[in-house]
Design a protein around this ligand. Sequence first.
Ligand code: ADP
Length: 427
Amino acid sequence: MGSAWSFALARLSAAIGLAIAGGLIFGRVDLWLVALLAAYLLLQLSSLYRLHRWLKHRSEEDPPDLGGVWGDVVALVGRIYRRKQFHKRRVVQLFREFRRLTAAMPEGVLLLTNDREILWFNRTAGVMLGLHRKVDFGMRIENLVRHPDFARYIAAGPQSAPVTIRSAQGAEERFLAFQLIPAAEQQLLLVRDITRETRLEAMRKDFVANASHELRSPLTVVAGYLDQLADDHGVDPVWRAPIEEMRRQAERMRLIVEDLLELSRLEASDKEAPYDPVDLGGMLALLRKEALARVQRPREITLQLDSDRRLLGSETELHSIAANLVSNACKFTPAEGTITIRWWVDVEGGHLSVQDTGIGIPAEHIPRLTERFYRVDKGRSRKSGGSGLGLAIVKHALQRHGGRLAIESVEGRGSTFSCHFPAKRVA
Ligand code: ADP
């Protein structure tokens, strides 16, 4: 028990003792006691009244000057009040800072309920999506951002890949990228304006496509004259070797230009590949025959067809995939090696693999092989007539079929390039 309580109890006991003594001396102990208790009660009530008044107007009034237990209570309440004020000020300050910060953010941020109703958004999101505070709070986001791709993305939930949508605001075309992030009971939707990046990317693609296209005609003329010169017996024999070399280099340039054009074509369409039934077995048999006719090739090329089911896709693109893989296997496998081409179907889908016992690829190069012009050994690739674009084409064409490329290789032992197609691509 605190000292204030002991003092209060001692004081009350002393007062009761005095009242009893007074009663015994002057008679009517009961009256003396009642008078004392009434006085005591009045005193307590007045303290309680002052405390109550102060609690009601505590922001304007100073705390009452009360002694004893009441004084302790006033001090305690004062402390709790000051602590609460301090936390309130901090929360308000934090909230203001948070608002300033989110307003300065170049990205749009929206907080959604799990039912995709808008709880809050920052200024950037409001400007990007044309949302209005107050009116749009509580609305479902797909009712305000109307785009089929967005609706599909938002319905699929945070685990699906971020989506980009094209929006036209007046005459201006804009590209917005959306990403959904799960946040406890809510979801965070990030919006980024990627118009600039998209335009630059489109410009780069156009430039490559146009440059390749422009190079094609002059190259055809040069190659044509070189062919004529090579067949012309009147040409000084000293020029034979240089003309042959020029022909080889012109042919390499033609291959690079053709590959660049093919890559541009693949990149240009963002739609998925068609679903035409393709006889992959027949195509692979033909490719094997062509490979066997090559001057530089390994001794044995086997074809293992475990399924006669057709693949649904674009015939030219699938041919390009298989031809590039078989051609690489031939280029990077010595004469005494072997190549095995395989096509099989299982529950996961269709699989095409080209396995060789060639020079293999050091592990650190594998992740970068599908980059344009990436070669493990530049000299060797050039000598074998490679453009350095083959695997980039394979990757792009596969992506358009919803497939993926897997590369396994051991340096000095050989490599396996596998194309995995989803089940919906198998007839
Ligand atoms: P390239 O025209 O040079 O063949 P690709 O894009 O087809 O271009 O291949 C990129 C590089 O990957 C090649 O230069 C080569 O270093 C490596 N590569 C591709 N296929 C094989 C393979 N079957 N065996 C060993 N290395 C390979």
